[in-house]
Design a protein around this ligand. Structure first.
Ligand SMILES: NC(=O)c1ccc[n+]([C@@H]2O[C@H](COP(=O)([O-])OP(=O)(O)OC[C@H]3O[C@@H](n4cnc5c(N)ncnc54)[C@H](OP(=O)(O)O)[C@@H]3O)[C@@H](O)[C@H]2O)c1
Length: 254
């Protein structure tokens, strides 16, 4: 039955950048659907709080410290999850950062820092977890893209380039790994109020312009992503791969 296919009981999901914001929201959504969780970020302290919230839902949770841009960290992260749970059914590549500056003034070190987390980090996690999923002959990878994967927004050249890359990487992996029964999709959030977007939200002119541009008339909340991530993590989406599902209150329709 279709609603049973949406459940994630007994599945193991790994969510990067899960200590706050959208990653925390998606981790809780996956746990509500039945999954056990491994939650990852650079600071363990906030992850412990999220792990407590997951356990309060009756699921197991392993908090792990890792910087997704570092190959050694990603390898240890995967070993840690396998050591605890023995498998990885779902990977959500959510960890991401931004740096805002006019392109003509954009420092190279910031360009490289953003690309290393948002694009190289996604690649490393896909490669390492992908090897596990290939052995399992099953898996779901969900990358977090953005409106800026496909539209131009001023002053975020590195972020937009990284998110365009994430959308393309998603398609390449979907094509390569379809034969192993691994589906690779992305979620493209519109504007959600988190630490990442707080500077925009605090700027009354930017905030008003963004809000007026969203057909649904409001910014998203982490709750708004739960349905999309659970669907793409579940058997209900088994014939969907290589897609970017935009969760944007209608932004791209306008
Ligand atoms: N908010 C939006 O409107 C929006 C829109 C489109 C796309 N997105 C995307 O959604 C994702 C989450 O964004 P958010 O708004 O929730 O951001 P956020 O509130 O700033 O959270 C970012 C998360 O990523 C972790 N992180 C950052 N760098 C990391 C690294 N090198 N290794 C491991 N973890 C790292 C952070 O924890 P630590 O700092 O402890 O590592 C934190 O848990 C990002 O990919 C972002 O680009 C957001």
């Amino acid at each position: 039955m279709i609603l049973d296919k949406m459940r994630l009981d007994g599945k193991v999901a790994l969510v990067t950048g899960a200590s706050r914001g959208l990653g925390r929201g998606m981790a809780l959504g996956l746990a509500e659907a039945g999954a056990d969780l491994a939650v990852v970020a650079r600071s363990l302290e906030r992850l412990e709080g999220v792990a407590g919230e997951v356990r309060a839902l009756g699921r197991r949770c392993l908090p792990l410290r890792a910087d997704v841009s570092r190959e050694e960290d990603v390898k240890k992260m995967v070993e840690g999850v396998l050591g605890r749970f023995g498998r990885i059914d779902v990977l959500v590549n959510n960890a991401g950062i931004n740096y805002r500056e006019a392109s003509e003034d954009y420092p190279l070190d910031e360009w490289e820092r953003v690309l290393s987390v948002n694009l190289t980090g996604v690649f490393l996690c896909c490669r390492e977890v992908g090897r596990v999923m290939i052995r399992q002959r099953r898996g779901k990878i969900i990358n977090v893209a953005s409106l800026t994967s496909i539209i131009g927004v001023r002053n975020i050249p590195a972020y937009s380039a990284s998110k365009g890359g994430v959308a393309q990487l998603t398609k390449v992996l979907a094509v390569e790994w379809a034969r192993y029964n691994i589906q690779v999709n992305a979620i493209g959030p519109g504007y959600f109020r988190t630490d990442l977007t707080e500077p925009l939200f605090q700027d009354p002119v930017r905030r008003e312009w963004i809000t007026s541009r969203i057909p649904m008339g409001r910014w998203g909340t982490p709750e708004d992503l739960k349905g999309a991530v659970v669907f793409l993590a579940s058997e209900a989406s088994d014939y969907i791969t290589g897609q970017v599902l935009f969760v944007d209150g209608g932004w791209l329709a306008g």
